[in-house]
Design a protein around this ligand. Structure first.
Ligand SMILES: Nc1ncnc2c1ncn2[C@@H]1O[C@H](COP(=O)(O)OP(=O)(O)OP(=O)(O)O)[C@@H](O)[C@H]1O
Length: 316
């Protein structure tokens, strides 16, 4: 439903987006990740037709964003970053304005406004000027306008930014509930959101894709994937565990932190049996033992780390 090919955007000498390609199918929630300034918002603006690409193309439901902009806009809901609403309007008058722009009328118009209000829980603030709303409510007004026409494609730029933990949970449930019939891209800095919500994640840095996979595939790239963390009854036993594992094939090392020891695998291979064997062999008492899945934050840091030369990642 969304396909972008070699998409690029230059602002003067800045390569904000530097030739990226991916596709998002119906039923997928794509998490779009990257450090500040990586090019996420610029990419989303090009997919929604708000910015013209310097090169490459974007297609939504088979329509080209540059050549068939109206067909694309009919099928797309877009939540830009910040608070995208007119401050002196109330949420209701703003949604009515958006419904007019979308040429909704009659009973369908009323039903769609009601549904958007209900989904984003705006009932309590419908008649209050947007400028006077809290950041979380402003965000929900933006979300309501993106959902208003029940589009097939949703592009949401940091949809949970500024929301409290309960509201974050509500918005994630809302997105999750809509995911089956839509193609959704969300940009986020919150890695737990990727785990909670996304079927796939694309990570960009300096305008280029540096990782693309399911959350599980990305976690498998972590140096902690398949590591075994052991909480010892007696922290002094860490030395015996280290000695028992030293030089064993499959073991890359051991990191100690108080009563916890994390045994790292060589090449990401499962090592639970080796660690368990060593613990039994040395009769080391254990309070807890767990196999690590890997950590997205660590993978994110490693794939987006800037080279230590004076290359800033922006090429003129
Ligand atoms: N209109 C513009 N004119 C000049 N430079 C711009 C413009 N818009 C974005 N940029 C630059 O393009 C790069 C990418 O910005 P973009 O906002 O897409 O990043 P981002 O990944 O969305 O960042 P954040 O996570 O902080 O929102 C940055 O270096 C930014 O300063």
């Amino acid at each position: 439903m969304i396909r972008i090919r070699d998409l690029a955007k230059r602002f003067g000498s800045i390569h904000a987006v530097d030739g990226i390609s991916f596709a998002v199918a119906k039923g997928e929630v794509l998490g779009f990740l990257g450090p500040n300034g990586a090019g996420k918002s610029t990419t989303m603006k090009m997919i929604t037709g708000f910015l013209q690409p310097s090169a490459g193309s974007a297609e939504v439901c088979g329509f080209d964003v540059e050549r068939q902009p109206l067909e694309v806009k009919r099928r797309i809901g877009y939540l830009p970053e910040g608070a995208p609403a007119y401050g002196d309007m109330t949420p209701l008058s703003f949604l009515e304005f958006c419904a007019d722009v979308r040429r909704l009328s009659g009973a369908d118009r009323r039903a769609k406004i009601e549904a958007a209000v209900e989904k984003t829980t705006l009932q309590g603030v419908l008649y209050q000027p947007v400028d006077t709303l809290s950041k979380g409510f402003k965000r929900r007004v933006g979300l309501a306008q993106a959902l208003l026409h029940d589009p097939e494609v949703l592009i949401l730029d940091e949809p949970t930014d500024g929301l409290d933990p309960n509201q974050k949970h509500e918005v994630r449930s809302l997105i999750h509930g809509m995911a089956r019939d839509k193609a959704i891209i969300i940009s986020t800095h919150i890695l737990e959101e990727v785990d909670a919500l996304c079927s796939r994640a694309v990570v960009i840095a300096s305008g280029r894709i540096v990782a693309d996979g399911t959350p599980g595939q990305l976690e498998a790239r972590s140096r902690l994937h398949n590591a075994v963390t052991v909480r010892l009854k007696n922290p002094a036993d860490a030395a015996a565990l280290r000695a028992a594992l030293a030089g064993q094939p499959g073991i890359a090392g051991i990191e100690e932190n108080g009563a916890e020891a994390t045994v790292l695998p060589a090449g990401g291979q499962p090592i639970l049996a080796i660690v368990d064997g060593a613990l039994r062999d040395k009769a080391i008492a254990v309070e807890e033992i767990k196999v690590e899945r890997g950590r997205l934050d660590e993978v994110f840091r490693s794939v987006t780390a800037k080279p230590k030369s004076n290359d800033t990642g922006k090429r003129g």
